[in-house]
Design a protein around this ligand. Structure first.
Ligand SMILES: Cc1ncc(COP(=O)(O)O)c(C=O)c1O
Length: 497
């Protein structure tokens, strides 16, 4: 029997057709108001449409036609994130060369701990890490691909603690460790502090300015206070591209403070790190070469398929020092090859999915020039979108744009007339934003995130995210605002909001 006669192999080629039929690969330039990216159903309804349970009818074996029907339904009711009107998250569409490599990775189904199990992928990871270290200016660094930015940030806390308090590995946390991060930083820093036993009360929030950048004077004051209180500050987390406003902290100023107080500087560049590819925009990351460690998610703006996240450290050896456990069944020292290529012992996990290959293939295909063009296009279209927000009646920017995310309100006509923006006004604004979002999802042709921002006393506003994939166009930017206007016209918001 040839492979293709085996029905499970035939199923694989069928999967491609199902995805294709289901508009998963839709990358047309046109914004189609009728084209659905989601057929949203509430859980109770969805449970009736797909037989989810694995505990009912456990004796049943489905034939291939039934399996095909299940797969069609999974595609039908899933969000088509590659649709060009999907701006809901910090990731969006994906690059098809990256997707091809992701499929190959899954098919080869290996784990990136030892050279013998992943010879090619070990060298690919090394190449991706080296390229990234060079881009961010780490001269003698090391790095590893992690399952997501939250984990990369956790690596930042973990390695900082190892560097400043190496005895922790043996004895556990010393009393009084404290970390500083801005009030607009990603919540993964909080999770990391919890996970590593630092304690949430020992994560000190530093104020941000109106644009969401860390107030460095407040940072220094809080470091001094902690020293006076006999605490042990060891780490400052700066953010390049905050999750909501897209703000970039001033790395040089923060690095000066860290040097004065001998603190580890970790930079969460999960979102904004991709600006490094653009000669025009990489100044946003000025000073990153002075950091001790950096997290970066090419799976966000760049459109590398989920997940692709790098943790980089400007020092060799520490990753190994804090994570090595020298499992003798895996990392034998009497192997027949150079065991320094068994990189798994510097990772927190044992089995580790290969996440570098998809980025490597994309780099081989597009090169620096191609990546730069993609990033510049995302910035340019985001800036066009912001200009449209400023010029269209009823739309307002929350803050001037700093990256490729645009935060804005749609203010209904009756609310525009109200001079005082009091509590009732903001409550109304929050409801309007949430309502418009609901309508978008029910129409199924546009998805945009929204958020309040407690640190700025702001109620709900939209966060429009422009990524590199599919390539944003002026039309795709106009489409978003036109659709919001359509919803507003249809529902004629009145003061009951
Ligand atoms: C600034 C920032 N850092 C870290 C993360 C966490 O990344 P991940 O979702 O890959 O865990 C995010 C996610 O949105 C983020 O915006």
């Amino acid at each position: 029997m040839t492979n293709m006669e085996d029905s499970s192999v035939k199923f694989l080629s069928k999967v491609f057709d199902l995805l294709n039929d289901g508009d998963v690969f839709d990358s047309s330039d046109k914004c189609d108001s009728e084209k659905s990216m989601i057929d949203f159903r509430h859980p109770s309804e969805l449970k009736k449409l797909i037989p989810f349970s694995l505990t009912d009818n456990i004796e049943t074996q489905h034939d291939d036609d039934e399996i095909e029907k299940l797969c069609r339904d999974v595609i039908k009711f899933s969000v088509k994130t590659n649709n060009r009107n999907c701006h809901n998250q910090l990731f969006g569409g994906l690059n098809f060369y990256g997707l091809g490599a992701e499929w190959m990775t899954s098919a080869l189904n290996t784990s990136q701990y030892t050279y013998e199990m992943a010879p090619v992928f070990t060298l690919i990871e090394e190449a991706v890490v080296n390229m990234s270290l060079q881009l961010f200016g780490f001269k003698n660094g090391d790095g590893i691909l992690c399952p997501g930015g939250s984990t990369s940030n956790m690596y930042g806390i973990h390695t900082a603690r190892q560097s400043k308090y190496p005895e922790t590995r043996l004895k556990g946390n010393p009393e009084g460790l404290v970390i500083f991060t801005s009030e607009d930083a990603h919540y993964s820093i909080l999770k990391g502090a919890t996970f590593l036993g630092i304690g949430t009360k020992n994560l000190i929030a530093v104020k941000t300015n109106e644009s969401g950048q860390m107030d460095v004077d407040d940072l220094e004051m809080k470091i001094n206070d902690s020293i006076k209180n006999n605490l042990k500050p060891f780490l400052v987390n700066a953010t390049c591209g905050t999750t909501v406003l897209g703000a970039f902290d001033d790395l040089n100023k923060i690095a000066d403070v860290c040097e004065r107080y001998n603190l580890w500087l970790h930079v969460d560049a999960c979102l904004g790190g991709s600006a490094i590819f653009s000669r025009k925009h990489k100044h946003l990351l000025n000073g990153c070469e002075r950091a001790n460690s950096i997290s970066w998610n090419p799976h966000k703006t760049m459109g590398v398929p989920l997940q692709c996240s790098l943790f980089m450290i400007n020092q060799k050896g520490i990753l190994h020092e804090c994570n090595s456990s020298s499992a003798t069944y895996l990392f034998q020292q009497d192997k027949f090859y150079d065991t320094s290529y068994d990189t798994g012992d510097k990772s927190l996990s044992c089995g580790r999915k290969v996440d570098a290959f998809k980025f490597w293939i994309m780099f081989k295909k597009h090169g620096m020039i191609g990546f730069e063009a993609m990033i510049d296009n995302a910035f340019e279209k985001a800036s066009y979108f912001a200009d449209q927000v400023k010029s269209r009646e009823g739309f307002e920017l929350v803050v001037p744009i700093q990256y490729t995310s645009i935060c804005f309100y749609y203010v209904p006509e009756y609310m525009r007339k109200q001079e005082q923006r009091d509590e009732t006004w903001w409550k109304g604004m929050s409801k309007v934003t949430a309502f418009i979002k609901e309508q978008m999802v029910m129409n199924g042709n546009l998805m945009l995130g929204y958020s309040p921002l407690a640190s700025k006393n702001l109620g709900n506003f939209f966060r429009m995210v422009v990524t590199c994939q599919p390539l944003a166009t002026y039309e795709s930017m106009d489409f978003v605002l036109n659709e919001i206007e359509k919803i507003a016209r249809k529902f004629e918001f009145h003061d009951h909001f």
